[in-house]
Design a binder for this molecule. Structure first.
Ligand code: F6R
Length: 251
């Protein structure tokens, strides 16, 4: 992977925004792979500002999110359905019908609805394939090296499927749930590592010292399911954009 060290999230956001705006100009129905969490927020803001400034037509742009909690209604403010609409669809002015989140077909169905849940992953992968695949996938990274919600131990060949969240991730995400880990869902549906690797360009963003160890493992460790993000080493076009703090454990 190519590693770019930037001064802050805004500078990383500019790099992402420039490349995606150029993509949309060349391919008006570009397929964007979307992530939630804190890391991509400045990038989405920069992209929204750039497409407005350059009056790019985004009406045909399509999107597929990485993951979703299970057990939250889609209308919950912290569902990834709500989050993607609030942070990407609305600021960019995308057509909401063209942007998909993996839990959408489950409509907040409980995990106990086994029949509904089991087909959802394969159907999502098929929808991505039918759209012609993802052009640019933006990624954050968990402190445990997860991408999407592929926690350590996930198969590097996995497709979209239902998973259990790691305790570490539920603690990390409690900040979105009144700092109460008990309110963080236990389960999720996530694109697999194999799904993510099919995107034509991966852009992973990481900021802050809390990500330094995961970034070092990703870039300089062996390719291993113990650090799911290390699968980026297998991808022919992966860009890792980090600030000094997140780069601090790189040799
Ligand atoms: C979000 C996702 C997660 C986050 C990761 C980092 O859709 O798939 O892998 O990217 O947990 O989260 P932040 O950016 O909040 O540190």
């Amino acid at each position: 992977a190519e590693v770019i060290i930037v001064k802050d999230e805004a500078e990383a956001g500019e790099i992402y925004a420039r490349s995606v705006a150029d993509l949309i100009k060349a391919k008006p129905d570009a397929v964007l792979g979307l992530a939630t969490g804190s890391s991509p927020l400045a990038a989405y803001q920069a992209l929204a500002a750039l497409v407005k400034k350059e009056s790019n037509d985004v009406s045909q742009v399509r999107g597929f999110a990485l993951d979703e909690y299970l057990g939250l209604p889609l209308t919950h403010p912290e569902s990834y359905h709500s989050t993607i609409h609030r942070t990407v669809v609305e600021p960019l002015g995308l057509d909401p019908a063209k942007v998909h989140v993996p839990g959408d077909v489950l409509e907040g169905a409980p995990l106990t609805d086994g029949e509904k849940v089991s087909g959802a992953g394969a159907a999502y992968d098929q929808a991505i394939a039918e759209a012609g695949g993802v052009d640019v996938q933006i990624l954050g990274i968990g402190t445990d090296g997860h991408i999407g919600f592929n926690e350590p131990g996930s198969s590097l060949a996995s497709g979209t499927r239902v998973k259990t969240l790691a305790e570490r991730t539920r603690i990390d995400n409690a900040r979105f749930f009144n700092d109460d880990v008990n309110q963080v869902p236990m389960h999720c549906i996530t694109q697999g590592i194999g799904t993510i690797l099919k995107a034509r360009h991966l852009v992973l963003l990481a900021f802050g010292a809390g990500k330094a160890e995961a970034i070092a493992e990703t870039v300089e460790g062996g390719v291993s399911a113990f650090c799911p993000a290390s699968a980026l080493q297998l991808h022919p076009h992966a860009t890792i954009i980090v600030d000094e703090a997140a780069a601090s454990r790189l040799r």
